[in-house]
Write a protein that binds this ligand. Structure first.
Ligand SMILES: [Fe+2]
Length: 329
């Protein structure tokens, strides 16, 4: 039995009839039962399938609210202000806005972070892993049944220079608990040979990114594998549906390394459909700063997400000094 310690800044009450805590944040109330998550605010209410809700919550927690907007679906989500976070219902939904049913609460990052972590820990049942593909995990549903703290508190890979460098993120292997995924059995596990000039042994490194990704146990979780100032290579393995709709606050480059992803691209602020992008192995796309996107991967595949982490970019774009598109054809 997992014992959950709820930090003092988290407002929780319970357990409810199904065994789960009920959480509040600003004027929002979050509860779950056997199948659904229920979210209410002064002017509205919302319901989501609890497996989809937990998959979205897991990303928001693990990515510490990421860049820009994390939409759990077309209604609920968060906006990262890098120090505080907007929690919203209907804010980026044209119909909710027009009917004046939308609501936003700005919350200090530590408070929403700790509340979301406590909710994720309490609402995730034994055997359910929100980061895993549906084929590789148990059920999120039913009455409160144990927990899965090891899965929901996984450490995210964030290299400071590059995976495989001394004192940096290690390569993955069977021995350190990273077996090759069932869908990547054909990926070569060879590693490059590096011969450095004497004196540069700690400065020159190389690794097989495909082998590294073939051993990822999680889906839709861009992890930092190399860093050059603000330029971050964040590759990830994808299967089934991206559990959030990501609203960009900067341009994002995608390089499809294997297989296929179908992207739904919408206007960031209204949700109006803008494009359907089918990316096959070798395709490159630049997602503009004024869209939101959700991907569908029929088979487990490898995607390289290239991020510019500069904190100046959102302001440069919103003030019109930088364009939303990084390239014009
Ligand atoms: Fe994105």
């Amino acid at each position: 039995m997992t014992t959950l310690t709820i930090p003092p800044q988290v407002r929780a009450e319970g357990p409810n009839e199904q065994g789960y805590q009920v959480f509040s944040l600003g004027e929002f109330l979050f509860s779950r039962d056997e199948y659904f998550a229920y979210i209410t605010w002064p002017t509205g209410r919302h319901v989501m399938s609890v497996d989809a809700f937990l998959r979205a919550l897991q990303r928001d927690v693990a990515w510490d609210f990421f860049y820009g907007i994390v939409n759990f679906d077309g209604v609920l989500g968060t906006v990262n202000h890098y120090g505080s976070v907007d929690l919203f219902g209907g804010r980026y939904n044209d119909a909710y806005r027009k009917a004046e049913l939308d609501h936003v609460d700005r919350i200090d990052t530590p408070v929403i972070r700790e509340t979301f972590k406590a909710m994720l820990a309490d609402w995730t049942n034994e055997g359910f892993d929100p980061f895993a593909s549906p084929e590789e995990t148990g059920s999120a549903f039913g009455l409160k049944r144990g927990g899965n703290l090891a899965a929901v508190t996984r450490r995210r890979v964030t290299a400071t220079r590059m995976v495989s460098m001394p004192d940096d993120e290690a390569l993955r292997s069977d021995a350190n608990g990273h077996p090759v995924n069932r869908m990547f059995a054909d990926v070569s596990q060879d590693e490059p040979e590096v011969t450095a000039e004497p004196g540069f042994e700690g400065e020159v490194a190389s690794f097989n990114l495909f082998a590294y990704l073939s051993r990822s146990a999680v889906t839709w979780n861009p992890s930092v594998v190399s860093v050059c100032r603000d330029s971050l290579y964040c590759p990830t393995t994808e299967e089934y549906i991206l559990p959030i709709i990501h609203g960009n606050d900067r341009a994002e480059w995608f390089v499809q390394l294997s297989d296929e992803i179908i992207w739904d691209v919408e206007d960031r602020d209204t949700g109006a459909k803008r494009a359907k992008v089918v990316m096959k192995a070798g395709d490159v796309a630049a997602m503009p700063a004024d869209i939101r996107h959700q991907g569908y991967a029929p088979k487990r595949c490898m995607l390289l997400v290239w991020e510019n982490a500069s904190s100046k970019i959102p302001e440069l774009i919103s003030s019109g000094k930088f364009p939303s598109q990084p390239v014009v054809f």
